[in-house]
Design a binder for this molecule. Structure first.
Ligand code: FES
Ligand code: FES
Length: 160
């Protein structure tokens, strides 16, 4: 079947089977490989995108369910000239990424958190990111980056 969705402000159409996951559609049909797939079992959060303004794990939705939806991926987070948004910049400034595999999902989850809660506490950030697994950084710097992106004072060493 043909599936059409708005992705990062552009209308995109592609063929999908009924079983095609949104993550697969984005990566393999639309070529948007910034959305990562780390588990395919809804645990790691590397695949988080926004669908109609809500953060979702794109490996848990079918592409066909998103026909007509408004989808935002990591590719649409920076400015057209490549300037990073404030969350991306904070991840860079506070070393919130090492291998970078989890980063797209972390940034998309952080964007959803800050939209709903512009000044989250450290505990709220940690709770919100429970569905996002990072195997590199131990989360300290990710939490610090999100604190910075929200304009708050950044803890010198975030508590575990
Ligand atoms: S790939 Fe979707 S949660 Fe891991
Ligand atoms: S930066 Fe490597 S998995 Fe998070």
């Amino acid at each position: 079947m043909k599936v059409t969705m708005t992705v990062n402000g552009q209308t995109r159409t592609g063929e999908a089977e009924g079983r095609t996951l949104l993550s697969t559609f984005l990566r393999e049909t639309l070529g948007l490989t910034g959305t990562h797939v780390g588990c395919d079992t809804s645990q790691c959060g590397a695949c988080v995108v926004h669908v109609n303004g809500k953060d979702v794990k794109s490996c848990t939705m079918f592409a066909a369910e998103c026909d007509g939806a408004d989808v935002a991926t990591i590719e649409g987070q920076c400015a057209p000239d490549g300037t990073l948004n404030k969350i991306q910049q904070a991840f860079q400034d506070y070393h919130g990424l090492q291998c970078g595999f989890c980063t797209p999902g972390m940034v998309m989850s952080a964007a959803a958190l800050l939209r709903d809660n512009p000044t989250p506490s450290e505990a709220e950030i940690r709770e919100y990111l429970e569905g996002n697994i990072c195997r590199c950084t131990g989360y300290h710097n990710i939490v610090r980056a999100i604190m910075a992106a929200s304009g708050q004072e950044v803890p010198a060493v975030a508590a575990e």
